[in-house]
Design a protein around this ligand. Structure first.
Ligand SMILES: O=C(CO)COP(=O)(O)O
Length: 126
């Protein structure tokens, strides 16, 4: 099973929930991992078994980064808040960098996330 990482900053969590709701049928065919608050919200709202890491500010981005570095993640959807500074900005940048190092498709806004899932769906169909 392929793995998708889902991460959303606080002001993007509603958008992430809405996005996941729209793509639930497809997402259930993937192993899903997420930072703690994002994953917990998704699990509470949908019947998806999201594996949660630590919260982003406590190291969750780094945990997902470690999975990216060890090629255990196939896609990353990270709805970032570009208008609020984050205390763990270095961790966030490290995760984005690792996606580039390992050539892992990364979407940081809803429209690109939608395109990413269309691609993932096509790949899934073979
Ligand atoms: O801060 C985050 C990503 O940088 C997200 O973490 P949470 O999902 O725990 O809010």
């Amino acid at each position: 099973m392929q793995t998708i990482a889902l991460i959303a900053h606080d002001k993007k969590k509603d958008e992430m929930l809405d996005f996941v709701g729209h793509h639930k049928d497809l997402l259930q065919h993937f192993h899903l991992i997420a930072t703690r608050t994002t994953g917990t919200l998704i699990n509470e709202n949908y019947q998806l078994d999201v594996e949660t890491m630590m919260s982003g500010p406590l190291g969750g981005d780094q945990q997902i980064g470690a999975r990216v570095a060890t090629e255990q993640v196939d896609y990353v959807i990270f709805l970032r808040d570009p208008l609020t500074s984050q205390p763990h900005e270095p961790d966030i940048n490290a995760l984005l960098r690792l996606c580039d190092v390992h050539d892992i498709p990364l979407a940081t806004n809803r429209k690109s996330a939608h395109i990413l899932l269309q691609y993932a769906d096509k790949k899934l169909q073979g």
